[in-house]
Ligand binder design. Structure first.
Ligand code: SF4
Length: 310
């Protein structure tokens, strides 16, 4: 394994994504924030949009802890999975300006599970610990030729592989290898630094095929009511977009149909229908159309608003 670790680190030194801002800081809050954002959002969007914007608004753990939840949710707007923002806020309040260093203590904080706790320990404190995200799990499964392993087996193998002399770079290298070389479809084995140690690459039909994702289709119907430059929105109570503002729901009436669009949200593939109405039955909050960007509005509602408001 020592040779594989060495080959991986050499590759990382040349090809690793060293310029990512959260890899060039020792501020644990910044590292933690990046990990939470990266869980469901593409690296470039986090790097260029959400991470700098959020830090401009809440530069420290303390500033986040003092913020109102609605302001935190508004700053999270567009990222989706709003429970992440709520947990971030709760964690900021609980940690009292200082993040714990112990893995077990980190696990006690809201929204911090095995992955995030180990990522903070490794990337923030350079502790000798394995990190397993989707990319690393794929590399581990292929490297050790594990066929449909339990998560615990993947973590055990990742732990076996950790380079105790440089655990932080080792884990970052595995992460980059998974996202740049050991791709879900058509991994670039011929340029892989650990090809000669990889047992899975010897049986590509077993270990390098990916299963097709299954999505749930849903059709949604929303009401559009605008008066005096204000739009009627309502607070979402469902698991999707909880506590975010959204258009009120409506029974579809053909004559009042305005527009239809597609939207993807987690495992859902949504068809959204918009109807102009004169009154709504949900509890309404009137939002000034000129102040929409200051309100916690879901990405689905934002997309609808761009169709309605020219
Ligand atoms: S050799 Fe191929 S399958 Fe094995 S880790 Fe490298 S890219 Fe992945």
């Amino acid at each position: 394994m020592i040779n594989a670790q060495k080959a991986l680190l050499e590759w990382y030194t040349i090809y690793g994504r060293h310029t990512l801002p959260w890899r060039n800081t020792t501020d644990i809050y910044h590292i933690y924030l990046s990990e939470i954002m990266l869980q469901q959002t593409q690296v470039n969007r986090v790097k260029n949009e959400y991470y700098p914007q959020f830090l401009a608004k809440f530069p420290t753990l303390e500033s986040l802890s003092l913020a109102k939840e609605e302001d935190v949710l508004a700053s999270w707007s567009g990222l989706g999975y709003y429970s992440r923002a709520r947990n971030l806020h709760k964690t900021a309040k609980l940690t009292n300006r200082q993040f714990p260093k112990e893995y077990k203590e980190l696990l006690q904080l809201p929204g911090i599970g095995q992955y995030t706790a180990s990522a903070i320990c490794s990337f923030g404190y350079n502790q000798n610990i394995a990190v397993v995200d989707t990319n690393i799990a794929r590399v581990i499964k292929r490297l050790f030729a594990l066929k449909e392993p339990k998560n615990s087996i993947i973590w055990d193998k990742a732990t076996e592989l950790v380079n105790s002399k440089n655990p932080r770079s080792h884990n970052l290298a595995l992460m980059d290898l998974g996202s740049m070389v050991c791709l879900p479809k058509n991994p670039k084995c011929t340029t892989c630094p650990i090809l000669k140690y990889c047992q899975g690459s010897k049986n590509p039909e077993i270990y390098t095929q990916s299963k097709k994702k299954e999505y749930e289709k849903m059709e949604l119907f929303y009401a559009v009511l605008i008066r005096n430059n204000h739009i009627a929105l309502t607070s979402s109570t469902g698991s999707m977009y909880k506590n975010m503002l959204q258009l009120p729901t409506v029974d579809p009436i053909e004559e009042q149909f305005i527009a239809k669009f597609k939207h993807a949200y987690t495992k859902y593939r949504l068809t959204v229908n918009l109807y102009r109405v004169e009154k709504v039955i949900d509890d309404i909050i009137w939002i000034d159309l000129d102040k929409l960007d200051q309100s916690p509005i879901s990405s689905l509602t934002k997309k609808a608003l761009t169709l309605i408001i020219i």
